[in-house]
Design a protein. Sequence first.
Length: 738
Amino acid sequence: MPEENYESIEGIVEEIIYANEDTGYTVMDFLTLEKNITVVGILPYLYEGESLKVIGKHTVHSEYGEQFRAELVERTQPKSRQAILNFLSSGLIKGIRAVTAKKIVDRFGERSLDILENEAERLSEIKGISYLKAIEMGESYREKKGVQDLVVFLQKYGLSINLAVKINRSLGIGAVAKIENNPYILCDSVEGIGFKTADTMAENMGVTKNSPRRIRAGIKYSLARAALNGHTYLNEEYLESFASEILGVSLTEVSNAIISLATDAELIKETSGEEVKYYLPVYYYAEMNTANKIYMLNNHTKKKLYYASVFEDIEKLDNIVLAENQKQAVKTVLENNMAVITGGPGTGKTTVINSIISILEAMGKKVVLTAPTGRAAKRMSEVCKREAKTIHRLLEVTFSGSGDKFAKNEENPIKADIIIVDEMSMVDIILFNALLKAIKSGTRLVLVGDINQLPSVGAGNVLKDIIASGVVPCVYLNEIFRQEKESLIVVNAHKMLKKEYPTVNKKDMDFFMVRKNTSNDVIAEVLSLYRGRISGFLGNKADASIQILAPMKKSVLGTINLNNTIQAVVNPKMTGKNERKYGNYIYREGDRIIQTKNNYELEWEAEDGEKGMGVYNGDTGVIQKIDFDRETYTVKFYDGRVAECDFSKLEDMELAYAITVHKSQGSEFDAVILPLLYGPETLLYNNLLYTAVTRAKSLVVIVGSDDCIRKMIDNDKETERFSGLKEKLKNEQKYPVF
């Protein structure tokens, strides 16, 4: 509901000065009985000539003077002949311009809009308007009116106006009727709207707690939530218990709804021995297709590229002598259609990749390099000295309201003799399935990754499942080539995997621990290190080379509090520096940020003049400018790209002075600071510490307690992921393609 001091004004949209179709942000001249004023705000789908009531506040802009910032809008149907004529003459309705508008109003008067909506065929009574043209005019009017009704409808239930843009794109004509019939269609069909939002709306619409529609939606929500924690399925008992708790209904009601959903193919039931599993279809078919494509690639006629003198040729090309384990990796790749290379830091994975590239290019083969994130692809490009694309870019992704769309697929495969995927531990089942669809039989596929790092943020356990299945040849690189005298980071990472305590604080080395016993002391030390002490060690490099990593977002030592604390010191509020609050943070010009969602349609321009589209989950940069007039913020990413984003996209980023260890996957930083004092057992485990430590190139500083480190090293009980890929691969059967 509007604040008590909000005002409402009525008038007509005289001119749309600026309108952003993606966000709904609009600047318009608004004609009232008293005067003409400028109205600004999130006001999607407005048209010149419309009659409106806008609710908000009068403001005075330093440059543009008096404005009215609208928070809510209500459409008022034009009533007088002149108002209707103005509205129809605006060009809003397809096929109707000023001359036709006058004919309609002359014929039907104040009933003109009612005729358009309900009896459009009668427009053909007017000379010059055919029956088909009349029907088209009616459809156009109903479409536009439906969008406007949607905005008003959403406001009634407390949903923000800018959601109307997403909902209209997803549901199309008749959105209001579709929502009224089943409010849970919002969480099923519209990205960014969850079950809880739809459930609150449904409750306000009178949907009961035990409604079958609600229970069915809640079950699918339970599986979707499980996917956010990495699971591709839940077993029957777990799903029933989880959904029953969320919905507050009986196990029997949930069980009946699960059977109904499976019957309607909205869930997929799979029986494995005595275990009954339930999948959302997208994850079931992704696993099936992945298993099927791996089977096809593995069993395609093998063209062996290995020959007796291959290592002599590699030595000539790269001036390097490979160790026996590395030679085995190269040989495995050259002899098989698919291969996995895994190993920890310092074990020579990059050397093996470069040797494979060199010898294959010498044979005239086309090698394509890819990685799951922009940061990982950039690092792969640097170490391989060749272009590496993100998997999304390689697949030529576009985005629609229903999700990612890839131009590269079965009909339009990637042109390559061999594809090498780095940081494979980060690849989830949905993305890997999309990649496999775009690989034609005969193309070699090499998967490279560290099996001991954290698994993908998305659902699935792809790399571990492939290795554990035993169906794809795999080589483990376990010999450390960067010795202790060069890097304690490497040595300690391997010690952690053996459940050994790290060596710390050796003079002139790169792994240190500052022991602190309280949260306040930890934060003070982290701030001191971040603000200057580490910069000297690194040769006064920019702050971007120093990254604070935390296991969690919440708590005193979580990223939210750390970011706010550090921001207050290194980028405080000051006159002349614009800022805007959104969610947990105040975003200020000069702040470090991290992109948290892919945005394939965002345009950017690089310092060298190159232009392109797309920023990706994990991209980091600095806010250069916040523009309240245009309601935009400008980010300069650390790779040199500059992008201007609408305020609505603040939901897609966070401050990045401190980020979670999960968000750091695929990245390397010169220095890493780890505040580790306490936390839940489910977050403090060996693989998380190992992943955090291996993000550092030159320096690791742990600030906290020995007790916390020991608990993490001893805790190898990483949260189990329910994933069926390993079992499907071991079945060695050919699944149907979907």
